[in-house]
Design a protein around this ligand. Structure first.
Ligand code: HEM
Length: 480
């Protein structure tokens, strides 16, 4: 029979009163977790203010726990500020494991859960990536904004059949504000209420409770973010002009109020989960190409040899561009989008590899550590797509998708969409653009590969120059 007890996994020892709160790093937690992993092994236990945290540093161990025992490891912790007080608890990523969770996942699966569902959207991805190339040609210095607008346009069309206006769009602006607020409330340990939940009962007029006012204000923004596009679809449906979309397909039927609520929040979860993540990956493409010109040269060569210069690549070319394919994998690895994945919560006591894993412990997967482990990825800070191409006598290194999209029943529901949109951005951008270092006073400036420290981590802003590769490339962009 299975063992039912054992010692807790090893980890840093606590201070008597605060437990390990002071040991918990505030910045770049993943680096400290790697150090703990080296000292204590792949499963580390640490306690902070009465809460057990289990930190997993090895992708295979994480799969054994979170994939294979997914009924035990698929709940989420309660986030006081971001979840309860500002209302993100209604979105899929923050929803506890249960009936609502299953219904949200079913809705999202319908629109992007299989290759087949995603292939139906290839036309949309190609058209929107063409629009992206035009935006970059016109305003190369606004690259981050251009990436963001494109990701937003794809998701709003899939989810609501809503095509944002080119220059300034009210719904895009609303979503942007809500996402910025989300980033603020999910910064590690930014709000004391996350450590001391009873603070949630402090009234907002109380001296020193400005954070509570902030939470109320952010709550309103989020409700608008979920309501406004839904009203747009309802209006279009009543006029008989709603294009197919996640929401219009689901609202078509006779829904109970609970179902309507779930449709609304499943839809809002698309934006919450999908916009910022692919944005980070595509921004990493531009960063990596600026730092590693040889990689770009090889991608250019492959595209020129396979596609030529008279047309843009399409999804039909995907299987014929192995270097571009490997480049996509290397972006997902090198530019890790979610350094610690999302936290999972343990639903019942478990024993894993002889260690006791208590119910309600929070499991943190050190995805960035896993994807930069020199034993798995030699020379991990080097951007080297070749690592994913097997050569004679040399197998390819481990696919980053083993951990970059998370685990178990919580695995990213948007992974096919992410894969397709990142591929289109890489293949089509490199077909026509030359991404170079900025030259200041005759000196090339090599950007530092720095990333912002948050749940969804973006490259810090950097300078680069983006120009069409030739007059023909420019004409190609303008003609599509
Ligand atoms: C490169 C792009 C992306 C990466 C690296 C990524 C990564 C992740 C990760 C690590 C998780 C947490 C999984 C876990 O808890 O174990 C997650 C969850 C999620 N992702 Fe993604 N994601 C990406 C793109 C997308 C896209 C395009 C969408 C949708 C349009 C999306 C929607 C979601 C949602 C809704 C969740 C919450 C799932 C749940 O809690 O059950 N993601 N993603």
């Amino acid at each position: 029979s299975k063992p039912t007890s054992g010692p807790l996994p090893p980890g840093p020892k606590g201070l008597p009163l605060l437990a390990n709160l002071l040991d918990l790093p505030q910045k770049e937690q993943w680096r400290t977790f790697v150090a703990w992993g080296r000292k204590y092994g792949p499963i580390v236990h640490v306690r902070a203010v009465g809460q057990s945290f289990i930190i997993v540093n090895d992708a295979h161990v994480a799969c054994d726990m979170l994939d294979k025992k997914s009924t035990v490891y698929s709940d989420r912790p309660v986030f006081m500020m971001a979840g309860e007080l500002t209302g993100w608890k209604d979105s899929l990523a923050f929803t506890r494991y249960g009936e609502r969770f299953k219904e949200y996942r079913k809705y999202l699966h319908g629109v992007m859960g299989s290759r087949f569902a995603i292939e139906k959207l290839n036309g949309l991805f190609e058209t929107e990536t063409q629009a992206f190339l035009k935006r970059v040609l016109k305003k190369p210095e606004a690259i981050a904004e251009n990436i963001r607008d494109t990701a937003g346009a794809v998701i709003l069309q899939m989810t609501y059949g809503y095509k944002p206006k080119e220059d300034k769009d009210d719904i895009v602006d609303l979503v942007e504000i809500a996402l910025r607020q989300f980033a603020e409330v999910t910064e590690p340990n930014a709000f004391l209420v996350d450590l001391f939940p009873p603070l949630q009962y402090v009234p907002s007029w109380f001296p020193g409770a400005a954070w509570k006012k902030k939470a109320e204000y952010y709550y309103d923004t989020l409700q608008q973010m979920a309501d406004v596009p839904l009203q747009f679809v309802r209006k279009q449906m009543s006029e008989g002009s709603a294009p197919p979309s996640l929401v219009s397909n689901l609202l078509d039927r006779t829904n109970t109020p609970e179902q309507e609520r779930n449709i609304k929040w499943a839809a809002a979860s698309m934006y919450g989960g999908g916009a910022d993540t692919t944005v980070s990956a595509i921004y990493s493409l531009f960063l990596a190409m600026t730092i590693f010109p040889d990689v770009q040269r090889k991608a250019h060569e492959e595209i020129d040899a396979v596609i030529g210069n008279d047309r843009l690549p399409t999804f039909a070319d995907r299987a014929h561009l192995p270097y571009v394919e490997a480049l996509v994998s290397e972006i997902l690895r090198w530019g890790t989008v979610t350094p610690l994945g999302l936290p999972h919560r343990v639903s019942r006591d478990d024993v894993h590899n002889g260690f006791f894993i208590p119910k309600d412990a929070i499991v943190l997967t050190n995805v960035k550590g896993m994807l930069h482990d020199p034993d798995v990825y030699p020379d991990p800070w080097n951007f080297k797509p070749e690592r994913f191409i097997s050569a004679e006598g040399q197998p390819a290194e481990q696919d980053p998708r083993i951990c970059c999209f998370g685990f178990g029943r919580r695995i990213c529901p948007g992974l096919n969409l992410a894969d397709a949109t990142v591929w289109a951005s890489v293949a089509m951008s490199l077909a026509v653009f030359d991404i170079r270092r900025k030259v200041v006073d005759g000196v090339e400036i090599v950007p530092e590969p720095r990333y912002e420290d948050s749940i969804i981590s973006h490259p810090s802003p950097f300078d680069c120059s983006i120009k069409p590769r030739s007059a023909k490339a420019e004409a190609l962009i303008l003609s599509c």
